[in-house]
Structures are given as C-alpha cells and as structure tokens.
Design a binder for this molecule. Structure first.
Ligand code: ZN
Length: 264
C-alpha cells in the first residue's frame, strides 16, 4: 500500500441505511473513502450493488428485519461514480470484519486487494454454526477470497495496541469480540488527525463516553457477539483511548450521530 503515496483526504459516506430503530434514528453503514496520491482505499464497504438488487438471495430473508433502505444510490460504487471515480481507482479495501453489511460492497471493486485478519477469513470460510451462516455470505466471500490478504502476525504497535501497519497512515488493529477476527482501523487524516473506525466493536456512541448503552443496544450487541466478555473488555479499552489526550477520534460503523458529526 506504500506505493499509493501520501494520504490526501478522507471522506465519510453512508453505504447502507437501516430503518430498524435500535434506540434512536435510522442506522448508517459508515464507510471511509481515503484518497491517496495514487489511488483510493476504502475502510469497510457497506452493501454492494448486487446486494441491493437481489437482497433476499444475497443477504438472506432475515436481513429484511433490519429494514434496510436497499438504495443503489447508497452503494460505494455509485457514490464514487458521482465523485468522478471508477471502480478501478479503488486499490485496497480494509474490512473491520466480513459481516454481510460490511463486506458486501467489496464485490464492486474487483481489482482491489482486500485486507482482513486470517482469523476472520477462516471464520467466513468455515461458517460454523447458525450465527456464522447468517452473518457470512458465500457470494461475498467468493468475490474477495482470491484477492484477500489475511494477516496473522502483528507488525507493530499503535496507541499501545498491537496491529498490522498497512501504510504510514493506515493500521488494522485486531479487536475480537463482535466476531473472532474483528479489527478496528486507524487512519491518519491529514486534516483532522487520527481516526479510529471501530466497525462493530460497539454500536452506540455511549460505549466510548463511559455511559451505559440502552438495553436494546446491549441486547443487540450480545445477540451478535462472538465473545461478549471480550467485546465488553475491548469497549472499555476504546473508551479509555477516546479520552486519551492526543488519541484518535473513535467511532463505530452504525451510529448515525457519530456519522453526522464527522461529515459536517
Ligand atoms: Zn455491522
């Protein structure tokens, strides 16, 4: 990824609205578009064009319980097109994890290398148990498996956490709990300093402000967690990190208030 040159700009886009109100307004699927001198890197990818067009077949019937907007204008491919980019401009997609609402859009960027952990890749390949069969979709995996880098050994440390440095400005830091191979992704925004996209390590901004999340949020987190104890431990780490002077701005994938604060 170093051949991309310097990071020039970071944009925040929503690649999948969910109208299921888990304790507040409609949820978003927060994706970062990182514009480097020589290409684009996405952090997470939301839903893809085929997911939106063939939702039940691609995502399973149960997915509709989340009341997804399924709007093709929300896909990363469509939004990048409106910004004057093409699919081939995306050289890399860094995924916090391979859940259907994070990995689906990667299929729209066939020339991009997909970055995830080896553990997450294995979980999506084996799909062991009913929760795994719901969250990991074979069509998503088939689109990225041959071009995925699954990391094992951490290469260094950022903010006291062991991680994989993909570029001077891009780190993938393993943070299991929601899924076994879940990561958070740190980006050094040249305009605003370090950002930390925490994926689904938490689902509501209160998790990193030291307040208790509402019951519906806690129940949803427990329902989707691979390891709830680890999820809670890591949420406390993120809460500490978000209040550390000079630390990154920490946000999750689905909180609409955090998303709006970053696009304005
Ligand atoms: Zn999610």
């Amino acid at each position: 990824m170093q051949s991309l040159g310097s990071l020039v700009r970071v944009r925040h886009i929503n690649c999948g609205t969910f109208r299921a109100r888990i304790g507040g307004p409609a949820l978003v699927s927060h994706v970062l578009v990182c514009e480097f001198e020589h290409g684009l890197v996405l952090v997470d990818s939301g839903l893809g064009t085929d997911d939106v067009a063939h939702a039940t077949a691609r995502l399973g019937a149960g997915f509709r319980l989340l009341l997804p907007a399924l709007d093709s204008a929300e896909t990363a491919l469509d939004q990048l097109d409106r910004l004057g980019w093409t699919a081939n401009d995306v050289t890399d997609v860094v995924l916090t994890h391979l859940d259907l609402d994070h990995a689906g859009g990667a299929a729209d960027f066939p020339s991009a290398t997909v970055h995830t952990t080896a553990v997450e890749l294995k979980s999506a390949q084996t799909r062991s148990g009913i929760p795994a069969k719901v969250r990991y979709r074979p069509t998503h995996l088939a689109a990225i498996e041959h071009r995925s880098a699954g990391y094992v050994e951490c290469s260094g440390e950022l903010f006291g956490m062991a991680g994989h440095q993909l570029h001077d400005s891009v780190w993938m830091i393993p943070m299991p709990g929601h899924t076994a191979g879940h990561s958070v992704v740190a980006i050094r925004d040249p305009e605003h300093g370090w950002l930390l996209h925490a994926g689904d390590a938490f689902h509501h901004r209160r998790a990193v402000t030291g307040q208790r999340s509402g019951r519906s949020i806690s129940m949803a987190e427990a329902l989707f967690a691979d390891d709830l104890k680890l999820l809670r431990t890591n949420q406390r780490r993120l809460a500490d990190l978000s209040t550390t002077p000079g630390g990154p701005r920490v946000f999750c994938a689905h909180d609409p208030i955090q998303f709006r604060a970053l696009i304005t």
